[in-house]
Ligand binder design. Sequence first.
Ligand code: GLN
Length: 313
Amino acid sequence: IAEFDSVALQSAVDRAYDSFKNVKEGANANYIPILDEVPSDLFGVAIVTRDGEMFVAGDVDYRFSIQSVSKPFTAALIMAQQGPEAVREKIGVEPTGLPFNSKVAIEIYEERSGNPMVNAGAIAAVSLVQAETEEERWELINDNIQGFAGEKLQVLEEVYTSEYETAWGNRAIANLLFNYGRLYAEPEEALRVYTRQCSIGINTRDLAVMGGTLANEGTNPLTGREMLPARHVPELLAIMATAGFYDESGAWMFSAGLPSKTGVGGGVVSVVPGKFAIAAFSPRLNEAGNSVRAQRAIRQIAGDLGVGLYGPN
Ligand code: GLN
């Protein structure tokens, strides 16, 4: 990509790593007990360009659970299979302005699941994947996420077990959606497959490639596999921009200006459409469940390179 030479991209990544490597604010997620055991000091930063060039710093090979960063990619699968209208009509595209695990949002937003970036909409998205069996549902979702990453990925089984055994809130969400006719599979099946999706292990490089696929109009820059037709990429990025940070989406767009997605495993990915993706990973989260250092790293890189969508920030 002409406007950014590799020296500029690498030095932005290095500067972000150096600036925030000693930050200790925030805390690991602990409502999923095993996430509290991930070493808190890990910190990785990566950029992948639309032509597949990679620039990294820090712990970019450590495998962590993808958690909610999986959500836009399963929404992409629904768009690819059934078109974006299926997402709008059967899930919704309005930001809730509420935490990711809100049950209240299901009640107050006219019995909708909100949008595919929060748990309700993401569980609905899993249930909407066209599949005959639970195994096929899982295979389609897993293959899709692997396609975005351009790599075979493994489920972190201990994370799956830890989350599934404590998933009372998400079970309530699945049941509530089913009650309102907003879930399209059996609730416990949707919950199992959703929890498995969140337990997929990725590293910071994989996350940057996943975002890089969206930056490259839906085609994986490393493998050449089309994951989402280019015409639907803007619709997916729009949902990430308005809801990717849950009840902090406004503040995030205000300060970073990039469509993004976070997860309680500590991963964040941001997309500069048509150019590159920035991914960062660090386990300590703020109150809204968003990684403190990953946010700072991405925001600084976006500022250094002047790529905020609404103007240099
Ligand atoms: N699997 C997690 C949950 O359902 C994902 C939440 C997140 O990353 N924000 O609670």
